[in-house]
Write a protein that binds this ligand. Structure first.
Ligand code: GAL
Length: 708
């Protein structure tokens, strides 16, 4: 059997195409290069787990009598689900007491799923250590900032930095990997669960690890003292052991390093399991982790997903309804983590149980949400969870099957969608999202601004959202990537919150611009270096010369400030920077109207040509109209084209591109019927016939295959 066959023998979807090993290797190496060519013919094709659009669910057989299992699994098969995640909270069932492992039940569950053509993803259960473990080894429990150990019984209570806890995590992961690393029905692994929401332990051992990590990074205390300016308030450190863990507001340089350490700690916590899984797992098995979207910044998700095969995330609406821009930006951000397709490894079946108001999604909305994920590059959509546990913290959460074992009404909609995934998956095979516009997301800059907001309402995510929305509407496709990603493929790059621009990053950005790129920097850009220290030159720091302008002074606003100029007129809120041009060729696009006196008549938005490209600097938080005007101007200037063309308001169009094909996904998020007119005849994938138009009811979905 080829090493890939396990991937394809087990489910309906897997059966149809068996990519050759050489294709796989090619795809992996192009992944590693992470340089995407705009040449649509050269789109990498398959990697394990990316070879189809899948639909799945989370199932916890350990919570149910085994006599019931086959009925459940048959219902899953009837619902056309083809992947199930197992075991990520089953530690006490797999290791009921210290060193005694029981996997026979899991073997039987995996075989049963295989019999019903459902592939398995195994989760390591380390987000929920069993009671015997934390009772016997209390040092494995996290210590809260107030010095109290966390009580067991919830989850995420294991300490990511505890040597003992890591031993146990490695132990259970190793036993699982030995047993299932070559299981033909196990297609991949998920490590832990949401990485304990990045919660840390504030014990002495963790403090020592933090100090050692700082030592390793700075090498000597003089360097640390200088970068942190510790002479201020007499903080100078003479010994590494004097450096505290910040539990209350502290020196922002220390706090920023703590944030980095948190990522590092969880990263090595992850690596501890990755190493043993990789040792035993067949290379065709992927290894992923479930993250929490772009809005969540507990960890630097670029760092943490780096060693994984691909990124996955848990997509929940919570209160309210699907906002395509908000959710779309998160999808694009998760796709941008590895600049590859991703999985929605958990999503909301109707309603959650943890939000302020756990309203149910409307009829049709769940299907629209699944297609929205695929449209933005998801290769799997899995519902959390199949059937509610009979009791416990989440018994009120939405499911596909009720506690009584019969389907809830939503299962019909999910089944319809799963059938559609099945029918259309060959068209999506080997496709990915290709964009001309990128929005830069930098966790360190987000942390730096949040550590010193200067005005409490400042919300870096909301600022990014306005740019995303305006540009997504124009380009109909957006990437959200790290500022350190290769940028040359983009015509336009916007960085709404790039507070930290060390010299190396400034050079990377400038190279992009000089080569013909168009860069838009938002407010607060280039204020500091990577140590959170103010740069010795005014904003945007190392880019000020190229911009031909600088920030004279920033102001937190107690009221909106009027703006006027070639971009139109409107208002700025929360934050305003008084700019000054330093080059005769710098063009002023907006000025401030009368406000605090300092700003009156001063430049607010400027732009400057640099070799083949331009840098634009926006010193204010612009209102939506002005952001739209700026987006239109910069898109025009950089030659950005919509991936499809005009669509009616309320309809989102997206495009996935493969060799000799493009798949357009249209979703009607409005409450009225809408008509989409195609520029030429394409194939309607859902109706399996040629189409020139789509008539979409509210939440309606149209899929058009355009083959060259
Ligand atoms: C996720 C978590 C799942 C489940 C779900 C409920 O964050 O990973 O285990 O708790 O939320 O919405």
């Amino acid at each position: 059997m080829s090493p890939l066959e396990g991937d394809v023998t087990l489910s309906r979807l897997h059966r149809t195409a068996l990519p050759a090993l050489s294709v796989l290797i090619l795809a992996l190496s192009s992944l590693a290069n992470a340089t995407r060519t705009a040449d649509e013919q050269n789109i990498p094709t398959q990697i394990p787990g990316h070879n189809a659009i899948l639909m799945g669910t989370d199932w916890y057989p350990e919570q149910w009598p085994e006599s019931r299992w086959e009925t459940e699994v048959r219902m899953m098969e009837d619902a056309h689900l083809n992947v199930v995640r197992l075991a990520e909270f089953a530690w006490s069932a797999m290791e009921p007491s210290d060193g005694r492992f029981e996997f026979a039940w899991l073997d039987r569950a995996i075989r049963l799923l295989e019999k019903h053509h459902i592939a398995v993803v195994l989760g390591t259960p380390t987000a929920g250590p069993p009671a015997w473990l934390t009772h016997k080894y209390p040092e494995t429990l996290r210590v809260e900032p107030d010095g109290q150990r966390v009580a067991p019984g919830n989850r995420a209570h294991g300490s990511p930095t505890s040597v003992k806890y890591r031993e146990f995590c490695r132990g259970i992961a190793e036993e699982m990997a030995k047993r299932y690393g070559s299981d033909q029905n196990v297609v991949g692994w998920q490590i832990d669960n949401e990485y304990g929401y990045a919660l840390m332990s504030y014990d002495d051992d963790t403090k020592k690890q933090f100090q050692d990590w700082l030592h390793d990074k700075y090498k000597n205390l003089d360097s640390l003292n200088r970068h942190w300016a510790t002479a201020y308030w007499s903080q100078t450190y003479d010994d590494w052991s004097e450096i505290p863990i910040p539990t209350v507001p502290h020196n922002p340089a220390l706090m920023l390093e703590w944030k980095r350490f948190v990522t590092q700690a969880w990263n090595s916590y992850q690596q501890n399991q990755l190493d043993v899984i990789r040792r035993y797992a067949n290379p065709r098995q992927f290894i992923t982790g479930n993250f929490m979207g772009l809005g969540w910044d507990g960890l630097d998700q670029y760092t943490i997903t780096n060693p994984l095969t691909f990124a996955s995330w848990d997509d929940y609406v919570g209160t309210g309804h699907l906002d395509p821009d908000k959710n779309g930006m998160s999808h694009d951000g998760m796709r941008g983590l590895k600049r590859e397709n991703f999985w929605v490894i958990e999503t909301q079946p109707g309603a959650v149980n943890w939000s302020d108001l756990n309203n149910y999604l409307n009829k049709g909305e769940t299907r629209a949400m699944a297609w929205h994920a695929v449209a933005h590059g998801a290769d799997d959509v899995s519902y959390w969870q199949w059937r509610s546990a009979p009791n416990g913290q989440e018994e009120m959460h939405g499911t596909l099957v009720g506690a009584d074992g019969t389907p809830v009404p939503l299962l019909e909609e999910v089944t319809q969608t799963a059938k559609e995934f099945d029918r259309t998956q060959s068209a999506f095979r080997g496709t990915r999202v290709v964009s001309e516009v990128a929005l830069l997301n930098d966790y360190e800059s987000r942390w730096a601004i949040d550590l010193q907001k200067h005005t409490r309402q400042y919300n870096t995510y909301a600022v990014s959202q306005t740019y995303y929305k305006a540009l997504r509407t124009i380009a109909q496709s957006m990437d959200v990537v790290s500022p350190y990603a290769p940028l040359d493929e983009y015509k336009l790059v916007v960085a709404p919150n790039l507070n930290l621009i060390p010299e190396s990053l400034a050079k990377h950005l400038l190279d992009y611009v000089k080569n013909g790129g168009h860069l838009v920097l938002g407010p607060r850009a280039g204020l500091k270096d990577e140590y959170d220290a103010l740069l010795p030159q005014r904003q945007p720091g190392f880019l000020a010369d190229a911009l031909g302008a600088r920030v004279e002074q920033f102001y937190a606003l107690d009221r909106n400030v009027p703006l006027y100029g070639t971009l139109g007129s409107g208002a700025g809120s929360l934050w305003a920077e008084q700019l000054k041009t330093t080059d005769a060729n710098t063009q002023v696009l907006l000025r401030y109207g009368t406000s605090n006196g300092w700003l009156d008549g001063q430049p607010a938005v400027v732009t400057h040509a640099v070799e083949k490209g331009t840098i634009t600097y926006v010193g204010a938080v612009l209102d939506d109209t002005l952001v739209t005007n700026l987006a239109e101007l910069t898109a025009r200037q950089s030659g950005v084209k919509p991936v499809f063309g005009a669509v009616p308001e309320g309809v989102e169009v997206s495009r996935r591109v493969g060799a000799n094909k493009r798949v357009f996904v249209f979703i009607n998020f409005s409450q009225q019927p809408k008509t989409i007119v195609l520029p030429h005849t394409m194939r309607s994938l859902l109706e399996d016939k040629p189409a020139d138009t789509f008539e979409l009811a509210p939440y309606g979905v149209g899929l058009a295959l355009d083959q060259k």
